[in-house]
Design a protein around this ligand. Structure first.
Ligand SMILES: [Zn+2]
Length: 49
């Protein structure tokens, strides 16, 4: 399970592997350099009795 990233300008999401292709931390779509890391919430299975 890899981390997801979101661009601060075009708001597209991409994963870790696309981020490593480019030098530095930039959006692979528009080249913007402010990237937010999105942590996926842990899915818990709760059994209703
Ligand atoms: Zn972008």
């Amino acid at each position: 399970m890899s981390d997801q990233y979101r661009c601060g300008r075009c708001w597209r999401t991409f994963d870790d592997s696309k981020l490593k292709v480019l030098p530095g931390v930039r959006c692979p779509y528009c080249g913007y350099n402010i990237i937010y890391m999105i942590r996926k919430p842990t899915v818990k299975v709760i059994k209703a009795i």
